[in-house]
Design a protein around this ligand. Structure first.
Ligand SMILES: Nc1ncnc2c1ncn2[C@@H]1O[C@H](COP(=O)(O)OP(=O)(O)OP(=O)(O)O)[C@@H](O)[C@H]1O
Ligand SMILES: [Mg+2]
Length: 250
């Protein structure tokens, strides 16, 4: 078995800088995401977690710096090249972003029809096996409006992972969910790690962070203030991070 310390790097962020007008959001962020890990980005509101996550698939463009994925710098890639990257790096939208007029099955089949040559039978089997991962294999013929918010979120996760991406980016996937749906989503994130996927997770949910994350990066003032295992971050004596964990400085 490969020890975590020996894991290779799948994403390398180097010197990421980003401003919106006068507002400096990122001030030279360096981060290595290791293949197969679950890494959480944590930090107060407005510290640039979502912007950083979106930068990883070219939905935001840093003003300076590089993001290497599989040896290729994705900063400044053309939209057509980014489409290729987005097959390998999936982004889970906060509210599922499902097509309301399509059934659950057709929502999941959509990326398969767009990006693979699978037969109808193969598509059907893949949709069922992926829905089973999120515990919704009996919801094939329902429409998004028939589902609870938590179920919609799980279908959204299923659709994001159906092309078997190497990296999955989650922006607050459990925010606002009840404990059952939260658990289902965390379970999927852990299962995907067992299958070798890498997850980058943005969340305010301390339980989620400390129950699933291998490592945590704490963002503050445009930089990564601390990076460590979830145990190291949980036990840090940095008063700013402890204040955040204890809910004093949201
Ligand atoms: N398109 C944009 N135009 C202008 N400012 C933006 C834009 N996107 C983000 N920002 C600003 O960049 C900063 C970082 O935003 P971001 O959404 O990444 O924060 P966050 O850490 O995800 O916060 P939260 O925890 O509240 O989701 C904020 O001050 C935000 O207002
Ligand atoms: Mg955000």
């Amino acid at each position: 078995m490969v020890k975590r310390s020996e894991q290779s790097t799948i994403l390398q962020l180097r010197g990421i800088k980003k401003k919106f007008g006068d507002k400096l959001v990122h001030n030279g962020i360096d981060l290595d995401v290791r293949r197969g890990e679950i890494i959480t980005l944590m930090g107060g509101s407005g510290t640039g977690k979502s912007v950083l996550l979106r930068s990883l698939i070219g939905l935001e463009k840093p003003d300076e710096g590089h993001i290497y994925f599989g040896g290729q710098d994705i900063v400044g890639l053309s939209e057509s090249k980014l489409v290729e990257v987005r097959k390998r790096v999936a982004y889970v939208f906060q509210y599922g972003a499902l097509f309301d007029s399509l059934t659950v099955k057709e929502n999941l089949a959509y990326p398969l029809r767009a990006h693979t040559q699978m037969t109808e039978k193969e598509i059907h089997e893949k949709v069922i096996s992926t829905l089973t991962k999120v515990g919704l294999e009996h919801s094939l013929d329902l429409y998004p409006s028939d589902l609870s918010g938590g179920m919609q979120r799980r279908v959204g996760v299923a659709r994001s992972i159906i092309l078997e991406p190497e990296v999955i980016l989650y922006d607050e996937p459990t925010t606002g969910l009840d404990p059952y749906n939260t658990k289902q989503i965390l379970k999927v994130i852990l299962q995907l790690r067992d299958l070798g996927a890498t997850s980058v997770l943005v969340t305010h949910d301390m339980h989620a962070i400390f129950s699933v994350a291998d490592r945590v990066a704490f963002l503050k003032d445009g930089n990564i203030r601390a990076l460590g295992t979830s145990k190291e971050i949980n036990e840090t004596d940095d008063p700013v991070i402890q204040g955040f964990i204890q809910g004093e400085s949201w």
